[in-house]
Design a protein around this ligand. Structure first.
Ligand code: NAP
Length: 340
């Protein structure tokens, strides 16, 4: 594989950082966007000090045209990773939908104008597995049903992926487009700026969840998610054109996560919950705790998204979910983010 120049949007993010890491390790040159270059660039230079000229940092916001032409210039391909992924649920869904959709279309438009040949969008299982009451197993053929009025983040990812596919079909049919659709992403962290997904494991190990609600989540390792992005950027065009690659190792209940940590690494599991929180308690807490409102909506739901298509297409095996959760917990403790 010849070295390429690749733009990774959202270089300060959890997944964006891992994608950059793997691209640099494979000899590619990386352009990346950050919202605030004065704050973001020193952090990225600190992480990849040896990259020198092979890493270029640009200031660009999803909601503003400034910086996108410069960031895209000279790139062979783009991994568009940046999108808002907050813990809080905004009252107005547009707070998430607008940057997700408009940011994706902005990245696409400037990429196309710069002659970029390939666009890999970081979408989500959020665009696959919601709004289908009673369905438990999902794959790339499924689309979240927006008529069911899912939470704002779910809407933002579904709308952004649909908009990207429509835009490419209409404006740039020659561009090689595909999406990567991860379930919950976990694994080693670089610093204390945690992605919302990792905050879940933080809560499981730091004692802030005394009992485990009857809720589950798909688990995939950030190293595998980045690997799928990199392989999608490098694979022959016909392998990935218009592709959709769910990234998922296993669906797991929170209680299973806690039990597994206790078995695999008791030193990391001193404060993990040992009992299940009764559903009625979740419902009562949801009356005055916003985060419990989200949990209430997920009680008992199985959303088992198969990651087999990506595994088969790119020829790799997912890191087992137990290893991923252990590595997440270990790195949170080693970095001093969780203290016992
Ligand atoms: P993250 O660490 O919060 O990263 C989000 C990135 O998006 C950050 O670099 C952030 O920049 C950037 N961003 C947000 N709003 C922006 C704006 N208006 N303009 C420019 N940049 C903006 O989260 P992550 O877990 O790495 O998520 C990255 C992508 O993966 C997102 O598209 C998310 O939807 C998707 N995803 C994540 C998971 C998961 O479980 N983590 C699962 C499925 C899909 P700042 O650093 O400046 O805030």
């Amino acid at each position: 594989m010849m070295a390429q120049t690749i733009l990774v949007t959202g270089g300060t993010g959890y997944i964006g950082g891992e994608v950059i890491d793997q691209l640099l390790a494979k000899g590619h040159t990386v352009h990346t966007t950050v919202r605030n270059v004065a704050k973001g660039e020193p952090r990225l230079r600190g992480r990849w000090a040896e990259a020198g000229e092979r890493l270029k940092v640009f200031q660009a916001d999803l909601m503003d045209d400034a910086g996108w032409a410069e960031a895209s210039a000279g790139c062979d391909a783009i991994a568009h990773v940046a999108s808002p992924f907050p813990m809080e649920v905004p009252n107005d869904p547009q707070v998430l939908i607008k940057p997700a959709r408009e940011g994706t279309l902005r990245a696409l438009k400037f990429a196309h104008e710069a002659g970029v040949q390939r666009f890999v969008q970081t979408s989500s299982a959020a665009a696959i597995a919601y709004g289908h009451r009673g369905q438990e197993n999902f794959d790339e053929s499924d689309w979240t049903n927006l008529d069911a009025d899912p939470p704002p983040y779910i809407q933002s990812k579904t709308i952004a992926e649909r908009a990207a596919r429509d835009w490419v079909a209409e404006n740039a049919p020659g561009m090689v487009f595909c999406s990567v659709n991860p379930v919950g992403v976990f694994g080693p962290v670089y610093d204390a700026d945690l992605s919302t997904s990792v905050e879940l494991v933080q809560k499981v190990i730091d004692g802030s969840i005394p009992m485990a609600p009857n809720m589950g989540i798909g688990v995939v390792d950030v190293r595998d998610v980045a690997k799928i992005h990199v392989l999608a950027l490098e694979a022959p065009a016909e392998t990935v054109r218009n592709g959709r690659f769910a990234a998922s190792a296993q669906f797991m209940w929170i209680m299973e996560m806690a039990d597994m940590l206790r078995q695999r690494a008791p030193d990391l599991a001193k404060k993990t919950p040992t009992r299940r929180m009764p559903d009625f308690l979740v419902r009562i807490l949801a009356l005055f705790m916003p985060e419990m409102k989200q949990v209430k909506g997920e009680l008992g739901n199985v959303r088992d998204v198969s990651g087999a298509h990506a595994e088969k297409t790119f020829g790799f095996t997912y890191i087992p979910a137990g290893q991923t959760i252990e590595d997440t917990a270990r790195s949170l403790i080693e970095k001093g983010i969780v203290k016992f």
